[in-house]
Design a protein around this ligand. Structure first.
Ligand SMILES: [Fe+2]
Length: 336
């Protein structure tokens, strides 16, 4: 099977002037300055936002303004926020009351951060050393370097992810890459769209772990952590989008070979350079907030020469009608 790309993309932050495209102009809206990142016609993807006062709780009015910007851009970047764990969680709770609980928190694995609402997605062990090849966290990180949406295998799935940097970025640069699944869907041929419209995809955590680190996970029994979702969904702004990820294991009702081909083709399509930008982490306090329902993302793979990279994620569970996806027959409430 063709494994989804693990290419390390070059830094494209600030936006590169390529193919004659110009950096989109910034604009002001209330007290905020918005710098779009990728622009194509009416479609915008990613924006850096300045003007939020992070020294105090963000007002309800600004939160609503930011949610509207989020619906439009799918990825919002804030620099030098000065947020700590507590205020990171507090702001995330302003975006949705139900936060995802980190299943590794309760003493089962790395508990360096010590908060059930934060996922330690750093490369730092509890004793301060950096994660090295052969460890469980190293193997897990290989899956995070594949294009994905967070927790598409959970019921409920993730809506927003907010990743906050603490301390200096890793030596040599540190990036997170984002792909616009709305524009990618829009650019498909009409016949292709018609083929995809009714498909349902099964997402499985261990599928992406096996793709990322087959030697570590291929022959290991793991508990099933799956959810089924429609492939084509509606983004908050009403455009259609592809809900797909490295966790996407199969098309329900299709044989495995055909499933894998379609999923890989679509991930390749969505991550073509015209749909992607790469966020460079510049310093502690940098915050990126994305909507898992309308974009994909990926980390850079860990390397043995990498210095410490301390990033922590808070996640808002989806509370919308598609949060639990398409419930398989026999599992619906009331079924025996
Ligand atoms: Fe992720």
């Amino acid at each position: 099977m063709q494994v989804p790309s693990t290419t390390v993309y070059p830094n494209t932050w600030p936006p590169q002037l390529k193919d004659g495209l110009r950096t989109p102009p910034s604009y002001k809206e209330g007290g905020l300055t918005i710098q779009p990142i990728l622009q194509s016609g009416d479609s915008s993807f990613g924006a850096e936002i300045q003007g939020v006062d992070w020294s105090r709780p963000v007002s309800g009015e600004v939160v609503q303004q930011l949610i509207s910007l989020q619906d439009k851009f799918a990825v919002l970047v804030f620099r030098d926020t000065g947020l700590d764990d507590e205020r990171h969680i507090a702001f995330t709770q302003q975006l949705g009351r139900d936060l995802e609980i980190n299943p590794f928190f309760y003493g089962r694995e790395n508990d360096r951060v010590g908060n059930p609402y934060l996922w330690d997605v750093s490369n730092i062990n509890i004793d301060g050393t950096t994660v090295q090849p052969g460890s469980r966290r190293w193997h897990h990180s290989r899956g995070n370097a594949l294009w994905h949406t967070d927790s598409s295998f959970h019921r409920p799935r993730a809506k927003y992810s907010l990743l906050l940097s603490h301390g200096a970025p890793a030596r040599g640069g540190s990036w997170t890459h984002f792909a616009d699944t709305r524009r990618a869907y829009n650019d498909l041929a009409d016949e292709r769209k018609a083929e995809l419209d009714d498909l349902v995809i099964e997402h499985d955590l261990w599928h992406s772990r096996r793709l990322g680190a087959p030697d570590a996970f291929n022959n290991v029994e793991q508990p099933s952590i799956t959810a089924r979702h429609r492939l084509v969904q509606e983004a908050p702004d009403g455009r259609k989008t592809l809900y797909i990820a490295a966790h996407a294991k199969s098309v329900v009702g299709w044989d495995q070979t055909e499933s894998e081909k379609l999923i890989c083709d679509l991930i390749d399509h969505c991550t073509a350079p015209e749909y992607v930008f790469s966020l460079e982490w510049l310093g502690g306090g940098d915050l990126v907030w994305w909507d898992n329902r309308q974009c994909m993302h990926r980390a850079n793979p860990y390397t043995t020469g990498m210095t410490a990279r301390d990033v922590r994620r808070a996640t808002v569970n989806d509370d919308g009608p598609l949060a639990y996806g398409v419930v398989p027959k026999g599992e619906a409430e009331g079924d025996e």
